[in-house]
Design a protein around this ligand. Structure first.
Ligand code: TXA
Ligand code: MG
Length: 369
């Protein structure tokens, strides 16, 4: 079992990178199959593989190799008590990783897996503390991406994987983002193209008395309530157990403001009058001052989610004074987008305002930083 990537592994990785050109987006190709086999071998050897999922890219290790899992925490600078999701193959039974499984878990797994839903269940005894951060529960999901599914099948075990970014930063939605952010901290990077969903999975805690939403995502709360035929408690009812629920998370370095449509033009003028360089993410139909650089966002929540992190990363590199984002509509479909925006902009919000309340507060900050 290896704790540090040795020179041999490094040479092996370099060879893989040139052999596969980092790109294996065609599931039927020989290169795809060979890349999957090599990636599975890296995992078996205790290495780290960055791989695409339908939500964001993950940084994976063998879930049953604590030394390999520990390398993920080091690569990300992630506190050790923040648990990781175990990614399972389609055919893996829930009972392999969890126990005392409530019927709701089977209902949701059948309905949504593979897909962007993570279930928190009581962990099976053998699941390592390194993965669960010492908690008695474990996060499980089957990702819906051909490359991730092929890798899980070839590997035959669970892959513990957080998003492939440094702790607190915006999650990567392309292989280029991963490379930029983590450099050669991983042994192999599989390029499966841009992620279809673009924000992290919905997390539902089924380990307690009733179901509890820990992180909103592409699968909306009201949809889950309809499937389960019962209400689901929302975040905020307990201390944050998921770092994704921390107030400031997913944050770009550039000050970011979420501004209601009504106040957007005034806010833009204030920044421009101060000679500031700004960028504005807004719906294509919103009227803006002509001199201001507009980045049109899709009108649909799924499109918004898909583009959000890539836009934030690109703008963050431009050395801007501020990024202004037109506040998206409220409503269940927009909950996940509003949640991520709330966290990304939390450092620049009126003191005392709740990060999770961006979706239903009319926040407007007129103070230019
Ligand atoms: O879409 C996703 O979920 C992506 C892809 C790669 O699968 N993964 C991801 O992982 O976003 P990460 O580690 O960046 O966020 C997972 C969240 C964390 O906030 C973590 O604390 C929470 O899931 N989590 C994992 N296991 C948990 C547990 N046993 N109890 C409570 N929260 C848990
Ligand atoms: Mg993350």
């Amino acid at each position: 079992m290896r704790t540090e990537p040795g020179l041999k592994q490094k040479r092996h990785t370099d060879r893989l990178q040139s052999k596969f050109g980092w790109d294996c987006t065609m599931p039927s190709s020989k290169r795809f199959r060979a890349a999957v086999q090599e990636a599975a071998a890296v995992l078996r050897g205790g290495g780290l593989v960055a791989f695409p999922t339908e939500t964001v890219y993950g940084l994976g290790a063998d879930a049953e190799n604590p030394a390999a899992v520990a390398r993920i925490f080091a690569a990300k600078d992630r506190p050790a008590d923040h648990p990781l999701i175990i990614h399972m193959a389609r055919t893996d039974p829930l009972g392999r990783w969890s126990r005392d499984i409530p019927p709701a878990a089977f209902v949701l797994a059948r309905r949504y897996w593979p897909g962007p839903l993570t279930l928190i269940l009581r962990r099976a005894c053998h699941v390592s503390d390194t993965v669960t951060g010492g908690q008695d529960t474990v996060g499980l999901r089957v990702p819906d991406h051909p490359l991730a599914l092929a890798l899980l099948e070839a590997f035959g075990g669970g892959i513990a994987a957080p998003s492939a970014n440094r702790f607190g930063q915006v999650s990567p939605t392309t292989a280029a983002h991963v490379r930029e952010e983590l450099g050669d901290a991983m042994d192999l990077l599989l390029n499966g193209g841009p992620c279809r969903v673009g924000i992290e999975s919905t997390i539902l805690d089924l380990s307690g008395y009733g179901p509890r939403l820990l992180r909103p995502g592409a699968i909306a709360l009201d949809e889950l309530e309809a499937v389960l035929e019962q209400p689901i408690a929302s975040p905020g009812s307990n201390a944050p157990r998921a770092p994704g629920m921390l107030r400031a998370h997913y944050a770009p370095k550039t000050p970011l403001y979420v501004v209601p449509t009504l106040h957007l033009a005034a806010k833009i003028y204030r920044h421009l009058r101060q000679g500031q360089n700004i960028a504005v993410l807004a719906m294509p139909t919103t009227l803006l001052p002509e001199s201001c650089p507009r980045h049109p966002m899709p009108t649909h929540p799924a499109g918004w989610a898909r583009e959000l992190y890539a836009q934030l990363r690109a703008l963050d590199k431009q050395g801007l004074d501020a990024i202004l984002i037109e506040k998206p509509p409220t409503g269940a479909d927009w909950q996940a987008v509003n949640d991520r925006l709330g966290r990304a902009s939390s450092a620049h919000r009126v003191p005392g305002e709740d990060a999770s309340a961006v979706s239903d507060t009319s926040f407007f900050d007129l103070s230019v930083p």
